[in-house]
Design a protein around this ligand. Structure first.
Ligand SMILES: Cc1cc2nc3c(=O)[nH]c(=O)nc-3n(C[C@H](O)[C@H](O)[C@H](O)COP(=O)(O)O)c2cc1C
Ligand code: SF4
Length: 449
């Protein structure tokens, strides 16, 4: 039996008393107690669930044949700090050392490119026969450091990607696009005459995903993610309504390549290996996947739900659900206090509802939720509340993992979390990534400053 409740509920609803109030994070957020936040959300009609019973956070769950030791997940976050050939650098090792010691049961390892021309930066990771030993070393290090610090090793899933429209293999944009749409093209100055990617090129991708997945397995990863989010290549294809040929138009055509990649990966890796996907529940873009036709900021999940059910039937073991695209509407995926597009808590609530609908549809297949970092000191309560309400199985932390990698361990091991370490959602880490990297927490990460 955990002591979590004893720690947090000595005075129910007064968690803030256990944080150091001088912390920047707590001061910037503006809610001093859980009841304050919960009643504000209720008043605004935001369906975020909270629970003061946190025991569920320490319970294991199954992903495929793997037992994941607790409900925290480090979200995939590119550090853009690989060597030129895609090999993890000393900075990459250090990031994952901290994530490993942070206590999450699941580490969703960042985007690793399956093709050189599909890299998002010249410093994005790539795995091949020449550097597979370095990936083995990083996995061994993760498992060893986590076991030393927390007594148990995390499950580690490698995200496989092709950056498509956002490819920058040499540091400048070299877009590989699924289709043209003026309102989308203009945002990143895509030449209207740029030829769209050919069917022949797309046909080569399943084999690339499969080969990279096999390398990940040989290196010691527990699974891979066929990434289909944030409008990278596979994700963009989901909305290729007007693309001619076998990868555009109908639902079957727009999802064809995604399924071909999933199926090819399964053939390559066999049954004793996790296949997951990080999937956009909806794009929040004009003409986007999962969007209401009259108001693209509203999710319309009929195709999304059809897709996830089919993916489940194709043997996908775990889903990590996200929304939007950092290149067009970063506030949708990363609710924050800097951009003023909408009340950030409404964005958190929308994300949780999308994740929740998908989790309900998938029933016993685990879904990792996104959108928690904005909630700062209230993350444990929202995490437990959303899980207990059946709206997700695991709680992904992105920016918070950069800022405060030990947050899950502090909660799970009954240490007082520190408000001084909480992510303040300033967006500087994402700014570093867009500038070419390396990316890290520019506020709290003394190691890199
Ligand atoms: C610097 C940085 C790098 C990221 N890299 C990836 C990535 O490689 N793959 C991915 O799916 N999402 C990536 N994301 C998005 C995060 O996984 C996550 O969805 C986002 O930060 C929202 O979660 P949060 O509110 O917990 O931060 C990145 C985010 C940041 C800030
Ligand atoms: S740099 Fe990133 S992780 Fe650090 S406080 Fe700002 S948003 Fe949070």
């Amino acid at each position: 039996m955990l002591l979590l409740n004893e720690l947090f509920c000595l005075r129910p609803g007064r968690l803030i008393n256990f944080f150091d109030k001088e912390g920047e994070g707590a001061l910037s957020f503006g809610f001093s107690t859980l009841p304050d936040l919960a009643s504000f959300c209720e008043g605004e009609g935001y369906g975020i669930k909270f629970s003061e019973d946190l025991d569920v956070l320490a319970t294991p769950f199954m992903a495929g044949g793997y037992k994941v030791s607790n409900r925290f997940c480090v979200h995939p976050m590119e550090g853009s700090d690989a060597l030129a050939d895609g090999t993890p650098s000393a900075l990459t090792f250090e990031r994952y050392r901290r994530f490993a010691r942070g206590g999450s049961g699941l580490i969703w390892f960042e985007a690793v490119s399956v093709m050189p021309e599909g890299r998002a930066s010249p410093h994005q990771l790539m795995i091949n026969h020449e550097n597979i030993q370095d990936f083995s070393k990083i996995i061994e290090m993760i498992k060893r450091e986590a076991t030393d610090a927390n007594g148990t090793a995390p499950t580690v899933i490698m995200q496989l990607t092709h950056s498509g429209r956002f490819s920058k293999p040499f540091g400048t944009p070299q877009p590989i696009i699924a289709y043209h749409k003026p309102v989308i093209d203009q945002r990143h100055s895509v030449n209207p005459d740029l030829p769209i990617v050919t069917d022949t090129y797309l046909e080569s991708l399943p084999e690339r995903f499969a080969k990279t997945a096999l390398l990940a397995k040989e290196a010691g990863f527990d699974g891979v993610d066929v990434k289909c989010c944030h409008r990278y290549l596979l994700s963009e294809l989901l909305s290729a309504f007007e693309r001619p040929g076998k990868y555009g138009g109908s639902f079957e055509n727009r999802t064809r390549l995604f399924f071909e990649c999933i199926d090819a990966v399964r053939v390559a890796v066999g049954v004793d290996f996790i296949i997951g996907t990080r999937l956009n529940g909806f794009d929040a873009l004009p003409g986007g996947f999962g969007c209401d036709k009259d108001d693209f900021m509203k999710p319309e999940l009929s195709e999304t739900l059809r897709l996830v059910n089919l993916l489940k039937a194709h043997g996908v073991d775990i889903f990590n659900i996200t929304t939007g695209s950092p290149y067009y509407n970063s506030f949708v995926n990363r609710p924050n206090d800097v951009e003023k597009n909408e009340p950030p808590l409404s964005g958190v609530a929308r994300m949780f509802d999308v994740v929740g609908e998908i989790q309900q549809a998938l029933q016993n297949v685990p879904v990792v939720g996104t959108g928690f970092s904005y909630l700062r000191e209230f993350i444990p309560f929202a995490a437990a509340g959303e899980i207990l309400a059946g709206k997700c199985t695991s709680v992904g932390l992105g920016r918070m993992s950069f800022a405060y990698p030990d947050y899950p361990a502090d909660i799970l091991q009954n240490r007082f979390p520190s408000a001084k370490k909480l992510c303040i959602t300033c967006g500087k880490c994402a700014g570093l990534l867009r500038a070419g990297g390396p990316a890290y927490c520019a506020v709290f990460d003394k190691h890199n400053n």
